[in-house]
Every structure is written in structure tokens, then in C-alpha cells.
Design a binder for this molecule. Structure first.
Ligand SMILES: Cc1cc2nc3c(=O)[nH]c(=O)nc-3n(C[C@H](O)[C@H](O)[C@H](O)COP(=O)(O)OP(=O)(O)OC[C@H]3O[C@@H](n4cnc5c(N)ncnc54)[C@H](O)[C@@H]3O)c2cc1C
Length: 386
């Protein structure tokens, strides 16, 4: 069995192009400050559009829709480099999740619209979670009622990333005509709404991350046309679950990027900071801490790219165990690495002047979104016959 973890020449060239553009566009604290309006926004439309124009977004999207016609491995490269650079294009990951569903279930028109938008740097949002339906997402109650020529939606969604800047929100809802004795996974649908349409209200949730990011979405008699349906009404659960492996890999790649950024920052700090007349990196405690960080991050990278390679070779298989393992391991490595990097910075890790302070909230919450790591462990355990 040959195991080859090296990138192709094209993949290396893509990674190098990303490194160049991120260093040029958002490599300094001043640039980040400007693009995020003083860290109040986690997504810069300006930067995202610039990357789209340069053909650097949507590497897995078919060329006919504005992408590069590559695959999941190229997306991993983009997400890892984006997080490693701290590039403020935080809405890209969720847009990519929506793109995955459209690639599989969209009409030609929907592909042109949504895939084209993601490749150009636009923003797509997806709304599954509700106040009473988090981990148990299939219990959601947002209703879609059939009306002449379309659907009428009512319900409340919570935690919806980027709804405030999205061009569309894909609502996961329940067909009101579903038999009341049906199982909770039956009768689900995916239907787009325009965030600016009558009856849609988007309300920001204040978070420890500080920036504009997540929202409540209230739907009050929102009427949409029949062509706002993605795939088939009633098929929503299958449509949702068919993309979960990629969603977990997306979060895994982001976590690898974040962990790498935290590690590299801490390594530099350990070389620069002098106490007791010598750089703190010369103390064995710090050397071992950094050695452990480097080892864990490398393992996380290997696992994420290994599973991405499996998916690339067999795109119709779901790899639930492997994708959940990649999400759990990478996000928990990022959490531990950021924590260790924080300690290496001493008191300065607490100052917002240092990048590591801004990394703490995300490193914690990445273990929660996209299905909490407890739920991922449930999935892994199920594959062990437990
Ligand atoms: C920053 C952020 C961005 C998000 N973006 C989106 C988005 O764009 N779209 C969207 O639809 N949702 C989004 N979410 C929602 C996210 O997917 C949910 O928060 C997550 O699925 C957990 O649901 P919950 O918060 O209701 O927690 P709960 O489900 O209430 O869980 C609470 C605790 O109970 C545990 N628990 C629950 N059930 C079990 C079980 N069966 N076994 C063991 N432990 C269990 C959980 O692991 C957790 O520790 C986002 C959340 C955050 C924080």
C-alpha cells in the first residue's frame, strides 16, 4: 500500500499563491484592523471579492460555475491557509457547505446562482438550528406550508452564521403537510429565503468572539416561489446528512490552520521573550510544551488530509467515523494549542494587542458548532458497534 501525503505541483502552486495573497492583503496588524473595522467584523467583503476575482475561491466548484474544478483537498488547503493567515473571510466556510448541497441537489439555475456567488466571494448562509433543536436538529419545527405557486415559512432559527451579510439563507424546515405520526427525519425540506424579504428579521447575537457573526433569524409568513426549494420537499434529511462529512472536514481544516497560527506565534514569542537573562524558549518546560504542540498539530493535519483524500477518491461514500474523528481531533488540538500558546505568552496573552488573545473564543467554540464533539463521539462509538 502506497501512502503519499505530498501535494501535486498544482496544489503546491495554489498553496503558494494563497500564501502570497494573504501576506500581501492581510499580513499586517494594520491591514487586519482596517479590513475588519477594528475587529468588529469577521468577514471582509472587500477581501473576499478580491480573492474571488483572482480565481482563488471555490477550488472545488466546477469551472462552468466559476470555480477551478478541483476537489476537497484544494478546499482544505484554502481553509488551512486562510486560518493560518488570520484572513478575515470567515463566511467562506459556511458558504462552501451550502455550495456542497447545491452541487449535489441544485437545478442548473441554482448552480449558476449559488456556486457562481461562492466562487465570486459572495456569502451563503444555512439555518438548521432552532432554540429547542440544537444537537437534535431533526426535531426542528420551522414550518413550510404549500401556497399557490410557492411556500409560506414560519419559525425561529438561532446561531445562523453570516445571516446579516448573506445573499440568501437556506432554511431547513418541515413540510406542514407531513403526517403527525411521521418520524422526525421525515418531511424535512430546504428552502431559500432572501434575508431582506418581508417577514424575515435577522438579529445579531452578542458573543465572546466580539465580532458580527451569528444571528437569530425570525420567519413570519415569509412567502417564496416554488423555485426556492433545493432538491425535494421531504428529502431534506438525506440532503443534509449527505454533506456532513465535508462539513466536518471543513471545520477540521480550519482548526488545523488555527492551531498552526497559534503554534507559530508561540514559537516566535518563545524565541523573542527574555526572562532570567535568556529566551524563555531555552527553558526545557517551554521546549517540551512546543514540541508537544508541534506533534499534535502535525497529527491533526495528517488526519484531516488523509480523510479528505479518502473523500476525494470516493466522493459518494460518507465516511462518518473518519470525518467525525478528524473534526474531534483537529478542533481539540486547536483548543489545546491555543491554550498552550496563551500560557507561553504569559500575561501578554491576555492583551488584545497580541493575536493569541483573539484566538481563544474561536478555539473553544469550534468544538461545538457543526455538531458538538460529544455528538461526533456518539457517531464514532456507533461505528464501533456500541
Ligand atoms: C459560532 C456558532 C456558529 C454556528 N453556526 C450555525 C449555522 O450557521 N447554522 C446552524 O444551523 N447552526 C449553527 N450553529 C449551531 C450549532 O450547530 C449548535 O450550537 C450545535 O449543534 C449544538 O446545539 P446547541 O447549542 O443547541 O446545544 P445542545 O444540543 O443543547 O447541547 C448542549 C450540551 O449537551 C450535549 N448533548 C446534547 N445531546 C447529546 C447527546 N445525545 N449525547 C451527548 N451529549 C449531548 C452537547 O454535546 C452539549 O455539550 C452555530 C453555533 C455556534 C456557536
Amino acid at each position: 500500500m502506497a501512502i503519499d501525503f505530498t501535494f501535486t505541483d498544482e496544489q503546491q502552486a495554489y498553496r503558494d499563491a494563497l500564501r502570497d495573497v494573504f501576506a500581501r492583503e492581510c499580513g499586517s496588524a494594520e491591514q487586519l484592523e482596517r479590513l475588519t473595522d477594528g475587529h468588529k467584523k469577521h468577514h471582509s467583503d472587500e477581501l473576499s471579492r478580491k480573492l474571488g476575482e483572482a480565481g482563488l475561491l471555490g477550488p472545488s466548484i466546477e469551472e462552468a460555475y466559476g470555480g477551478a474544478g478541483g476537489g476537497i483537498v484544494e478546499e482544505m488547503i484554502l481553509l488551512e491557509e486562510m486560518m493560518k493567515a488570520g484572513a478575515p473571510i470567515g463566511a467562506y466556510a459556511v458558504s462552501l457547505i451550502v455550495a456542497g448541497a447545491v452541487q449535489k441537489f441544485g437545478t442548473e439555475e441554482q448552480k449558476q446562482l449559488v456556486l457562481g456567488n461562492v466562487a465570486a466571494g459572495g456569502v451563503e448562509a444555512i439555518a438548521m438550528s432552532e432554540p429547542e433543536s440544537g444537537s437534535d436538529v431533526a426535531s426542528l419545527t420551522t414550518k413550510a406550508e404549500k401556497v399557490e405557486g410557492g411556500w409560506k415559512l414560519n419559525g425561529v432559527k438561532v446561531w445562523i452564521s453570516n445571516a446579516h451579510i448573506a445573499d440568501r439563507i437556506l432554511i431547513v424546515c418541515r413540510d406542514a403537510a407531513t403526517d403527525s405520526s411521521a418520524k422526525k427525519h421525515e418531511g424535512l425540506a430546504m428552502i431559500w429565503v432572501d434575508p431582506k424579504a418581508d417577514g424575515v428579521k435577522v438579529e445579531r447575537i452578542e458573543t465572546m468572539g466580539g465580532a458580527d457573526e451569528v444571528n437569530y433569524v425570525y420567519l413570519d409568513d415569509v412567502v417564496v416561489d416554488d423555485d426556492a426549494v433545493l432538491g425535494q420537499v421531504g428529502n431534506g434529511w438525506l440532503q443534509l446528512t449527505s454533506g456532513l462529512n465535508v462539513e466536518r472536514l471543513i471545520i477540521g481544516a480550519i482548526a488545523v490552520g488555527q492551531a498552526t497560527r497559534a503554534f507559530e506565534g508561540a514559537l516566535q514569542y518563545a524565541k523573542d521573550r527574555v526572562q532570567f537573562g535568556r529566551p524563555i524558549g531555552t527553558f526545557q518546560v517551554q521546549q517540551h510544551r512546543l514540541a508537544d504542540m508541534a506533534t499534535e498539530v502535525e497529527l491533526a493535519r495528517l488526519l484531516v488530509y488523509k480523510v479528505a483524500g479518502d473523500v476525494a477518491r470516493n466522493p459518494t461514500a460518507l465516511f462518518p467515523k473518519e470525518a467525525s474523528m478528524a473534526k474531534v481531533w483537529a478542533t481539540e488540538v486547536a483548543e489545546r494549542t491555543v491554550n498552550a500558546a496563551f500560557k507561553i505568552h504569559g500575561g501578554y496573552g491576555y492583551a488584545l494587542e497580541y493575536d493569541i488573545a483573539r484566538q481563544v473564543p474561536f478555539s473553544l467554540v469550534a468544538t461545538t458548532f457543526g455538531g458538538t464533539n460529544d455528538i461526533q463521539r456518539n457517531i464514532i462509538a456507533k461505528t464501533l458497534g456500541l
